[in-house]
Design a protein around this ligand. Structure first.
Ligand SMILES: *Cc1c(COP(=O)(O)O)cnc(C)c1O
Length: 322
């Protein structure tokens, strides 16, 4: 969506949004990504191992006093967020490159424009390879804070610049500067409405049983059969990131056929009404072509980002293509 002169970096923080940093970063590298962003220095050793020494690794949280050793080992680039971080970084020896993060209005990370101006000489001495900022409201294209932050960033940031994550990339060329930094859009999530799902989650059915009218299923006996039912018990629960709050609004899928949850989400199990299926299924899908991460997020009252990053460690992960 950006022009040929704009670099597209890839955000792979939080284990590539829960999908597995090594295979995901390698696939993105194969697709052309040369710069990768993570949230913390602790994420960089695994990333460096995955993508090798040719890639640039950036860290949003910048330079914390305990991070020096990791930065020396991985050659990652901290995004310095404050005068204190600039000082800590400058006092270290053998630290390599840095970037500068400006706060253009989100008030979360980065230097205020005045702080940035006051430090301009010291920052110039560090020769930062990138100056970045982050939009708070890019998923709402009409939100006035988008243009406000764009103006602050344009007027403040010097050198090579990056403002846009997924939402900002969709806002158009004025937001692209020299580099875009999409995350969620790479993983099939809103606000990139045209994104294709990249994750399918199939859950094994452990057992299936008949339930008679008046019998209840699950904790709190919160669901009661009105007619004779077949209930499938599926091996995954809120400990696997299937957020308990999704309640009975989420469905599981036997191929193209939706099956409603029956009863509460347990830690390790779901109970699903499969009465209308011709055969008992071996597996049921909770993420796939019929139910995206955003659909499941709606059911749970959250956002696709949280569904992805909650996906637990007990799943067997298979990577196709890339
Ligand atoms: C997480 C993050 C991104 C990526 O955001 P998406 O909305 O997932 O595209 C980019 N920049 C910063 C500073 C971030 O924290």
């Amino acid at each position: 969506m950006s022009s040929a002169r704009v670099e597209t970096a890839a955000v792979v923080k939080a284990d590539a949004y829960g999908l597995g940093i090594a295979p995901v970063a390698r696939a993105l590298q194969k697709a052309g990504a040369r710069s990768f962003f993570v949230a913390t220095a602790e994420e960089t050793p695994a990333l460096r191992q995955a993508v090798g020494n040719g890639a640039d690794l950036y860290v949003f949280s910048g330079f914390m006093p305990t991070d020096a050793e990791i930065y020396r080992a991985t050659g990652a680039i901290p995004c310095l967020n404050s005068a204190a971080q600039v000082s800590h970084f400058s006092q270290q020896t053998g630290m390599g490159r840095c970037a500068i993060q400006i706060d253009s209005g989100m008030n979360r990370l980065g230097m205020e424009p005045e702080e940035y101006a006051a430090l301009s000489e010291r920052i110039a001495g560090l020769n930062p390879v990138l100056t970045l900022s982050h939009l708070a409201c890019a998923d709402e294209p009409e939100h006035p804070q988008n243009t406000a932050q764009l103006e602050v960033f344009s007027a403040t940031a010097e050198g090579r610049r990056s403002l846009a994550a997924t939402g900002g990339t969709l806002l158009g060329a004025p937001y692209h500067f020299d580099m875009t930094r999409p995350g969620i859009g790479l993983y099939g999530g809103l606000p990139f409405a045209d994104a294709r799902p990249v994750v399918r989650l199939s859950l094994p059915v452990i057992q299936t049983r008949e339930v008679m009218p008046g019998e209840a299923v699950g904790y709190g006996a919160a669901w009661t059969a009105k007619t004779p039912c077949r209930i499938a018990t599926v091996s995954a629960g809120y400990a696997d990131g299937l957020i308990r709050a999704m309640g009975n609004r989420a469905r599981l899928w036997a191929g193209d056929t939706p099956c409603p949850l029956a009863g509460r989400v347990s830690m390790d199990l779901l109970t699903v009404d499969v009465s209308h299926l011709e055969h008992d299924p071996d597996t049921l899908d909770i993420l796939g072509p019929h139910q995206s991460v955003d659909d499941l997020a709606d059911a749970a009252g959250t956002i696709g980002y949280e569904i992805l990053t909650s996906l637990g460690a007990r799943y067997h992960r298979r990577y196709i293509g890339g």
